[in-house]
Design a binder for this molecule. Sequence first.
Ligand code: AMP
Ligand code: ZN
Length: 482
Amino acid sequence: MLLYNSATHKKEEFQTHTPGKVEMYTCGPTVYHFAHIGNLRSYIMEDVLEKFLRWSGYEVNRVMNITDVGHLSSDADTGEDKMLKGAKREHKTVMEIAQYYTDAFFDDCRKLNIKRPDVVEPATHRIDDYIRIISGLLDKGYAYQAGGNVYFDTSKLERYYVFNDHNEEDLAVGVREGVEEDANKRNKNDFVLWFTKSKFEDQALKWDSPWGVGYPGWHIECSGISMKYNGEYLDLHCGGIDNAFPHHTNEIAQSESFLGHPWCKQWFHVHHLNTNTGKMSKSKGEFLTVSLLEEKGYDPLAYRFFCLQSHYRKGLVFSWENLDNAQGAYNKLIAKIAALDPKDGEVDEAVLAQYKEKFAQQVGNDLNTSMAVTALYDALKAKTNGATKLAILDSFDQVLSLSLLDKAAAVREEQAKVKATQAQAGYTVTGEGDPEIDALVKARGEAKKAKNFAEADRIRDELKARGIEITDVPGGAVWKRD
Ligand code: AMP
Ligand code: ZN
């Protein structure tokens, strides 16, 4: 597989430390609020990457942290503690907030068919590991104590700024949002490994350490959790593009300095979901959630489909119109698959293999998911029987996770139910009977959908006066003449 590596700034052949096995790490959510659909864009694309690697035959060990301590409102160690901010907002404890929003995050993931990583570890569970790494960094001279805190000394590195091909705006995030300069830092980019002298008198969570009672900085949690569960050699590290700097840059600095050898081979960064007013962000307060999409009548998987239609290394603009289009295209795709007959022939293994090979090449070119979506339509047009087309779609959907076959089967089942009802009662299906009556029945259905019940009732009465009786059935309505 060819994958763009942010650390080398080019597409490279994907390689692993141990052949056939991928050690994969993903920066998890900061659980002080709901995840927004921008965060979830990153997790959707990372999920597709993981599933494509598995589909290609790799064994994958995927690890993710849950940030429940240490992440300040600026990524550069300034501002408020995000968890404390959430707790104050909701008059709850930090741990209650963490549990609530962790559960909410995995609920959203389930709705979006995002697989739970093999290991999920809250940052607060691995304090001893961070202390061990920080002690090692101090011993080796990569860290110093100042003003009660422990800092990483970036001047000790030969190379910092590994990801410096990203645009200025992305690199500036942490700095731009910072409000205070920390006078204890020897160099501008030094970062906190351990806070003891807290700016936050009411800091909720604190632990004992060789440097006094305090809490870890944000960056150390990912190095600590990854080393614990992925080992000393990481193959693939993922996150949104805003994580590249300073978070991932600092992860590399501290991990490699501690381990004394290169740490992670490939860096995968998903670009942002934007609205017409800029990047969607939790700290702005106004953002879209999966629940809101559902309330508005969208299928969360239509959002997944929307994300798959564009490349992960390009910004994606969200608008309701774009989502409407995705929902419409997704429904049509399901309807087309539902029209395939699973009993039409036997699976032609040679055709299936040929389609899989092409899919492997398309998706294997830097996770080209829009080509993967096109491949679904190509499969529908294949010159083969229904059983083979369904087998191809099933295989592709192991990577894309759009529940295509399940949804199509549900549509077929509903259609069968409607047909059975009609056969029983001698009803006519809309679209097959009298075009004028059909049009009225359809207009009534649309009025109901738009919650215009007065109009729906008016049409029903008009039809009744003409001797037509309507019955609602799953997925629509049928009618008969008295
Ligand atoms: P957070 O919960 O803020 O720690 O972020 C969780 C993940 O979402 C990180 O990998 C971020 O880089 C990513 N992220 C944040 N905002 C966006 C956005 N607008 N679009 C895509 N990914 C994002
Ligand atoms: Zn991280």
